[in-house]
Design a protein around this ligand. Structure first.
Ligand code: IMP
Ligand code: MG
Length: 192
């Protein structure tokens, strides 16, 4: 879609986007490829796909719709403090899983991994419950400021170290419902 078409469709949200870095088509194509890999690897394993709210919303739904084998889904919700000071942030669990995961095959689904602190905290908590296996699937990987090395079995896209919105990712809870991923204009990011 061209910029003027986007502004027509998404109005004020599109007007705040400086640049689209991953289009809706590119996202959908990659999600389908990842779903095919997951289907091949998890057939017969009855896995639980565990997502982290809220960013994972659209990725999880598009992904599971492309996986034609029995899977269960469950969600965690976290909050992260002081996202400005990356290394000094803390993660707090707001919602735990509904399902026991002991002896189950768990595929952990995240929208974006940056420092890895959130993912590391959550994986540790899941590992303590002794699942049969625990792997990670991330749609957007920002490797530049990774503080903790975490093996990512499935990965959608590598992103530059820029703050992005869309396809689930927010800025102050807005822009999640854009079907592409884009950079916000500088003046939007700077508003308090
Ligand atoms: P980490 O703990 O530094 O790996 O941060 C991961 C979390 O930070 C994600 O689950 C997102 O909620 C948030 N995050 C990181 N980068 C972005 C971004 O570019 N846009 C929106 N949220 C982001
Ligand atoms: Mg997230």
């Amino acid at each position: 879609m061209k910029t003027n078409e986007l502004v027509n469709k998404y109005g004020e949200m599109a007007a705040d986007i400086g640049e689209i870095i991953i289009s809706e088509d590119q996202i959908q194509k990659r999600v389908k490829e990842i779903a095919e890999q997951i289907t091949a690897d998890y057939t017969g394993k009855d896995p639980i796909l565990v997502g982290v709210l809220k960013g994972v919303l659209f990725f999880m739904s598009d992904l599971v719709l492309q996986i034609p084998i029995p899977v269960e889904v469950d969600f965690l919700a976290v909050s992260r403090y002081s996202s400005e000071a990356r290394s000094k942030s803390f993660v707090r669990l707001l919602k735990d899983l509904d399902t026991p995961i002991t002896n189950r095959h768990i595929l952990f689904i995240e929208d974006v991994v940056d420092t890895g602190l959130t993912l590391n905290y959550l994986l540790k908590s899941l590992r303590e419950r002794e699942p049969a296996s625990l792997e990670v699937c991330v749609l957007f990987n920002k490797p530049k400021y990774r503080l903790i090395d975490i093996p990512l079995k499935y990965k959608g896209f590598d992103l530059p170290d820029r703050f992005v919105v869309g396809y689930g990712l927010d800025h102050k809870e807005k822009y999640r419902n854009l079907p592409f991923v884009g950079l916000l204009k500088a003046e939007v990011l700077q508003t308090p």
